[in-house]
Design a protein around this ligand. Sequence first.
Ligand code: FES
Ligand code: FES
Length: 170
Amino acid sequence: MKNPTTSMVLPEDIPLNLKVNGQNYHLKLQPWVSLLDALREHLQLTGTKKGCDHGQCGACTVLVDGVRINSCLTMAVMKDGAEITTIEGVAALSDQELHPLQQAFINHDAFQCGYCTPGQICSAIGLFNEGKAETLAEVQELMSGNICRCGAYKHINSAIMEVKGGQEHA
Ligand code: FES
Ligand code: FES
């Protein structure tokens, strides 16, 4: 496609496959579309939130092949063939109606506006998968990329520690 103002030739859309929450999607996207925008704008999975869009708040955290990433900093085409879990799919990681972390967030009143919550929960599941954090201080350090503007950190930490006490891996 030609851009009439600059006469530059824009790259063609690129075909890719994403498996999101167990469902296969075949997409054709411009190479600069972030994974976050692919999820929200192309797949209408709006549970993943756009906060800063610059990798600074963690609101957009999803799991890619079990690893937590900031989806705003990741081009969708880089994840061709990947398995992605968003907040809409975390319950399916457990055999319960809600993922234990979702239930723990409710138990501990770990959200106010809820905007950061999907990213917090995905990030905490990724934290469990990493198998690193043992103490509260380590959990706080390794969750520090997830900002909560409401300041619900104390309750978020309580929810994470509750689940961490009950299971090593999500
Ligand atoms: S929206 Fe991705 S880190 Fe803030
Ligand atoms: S609950 Fe409002 S930003 Fe975290």
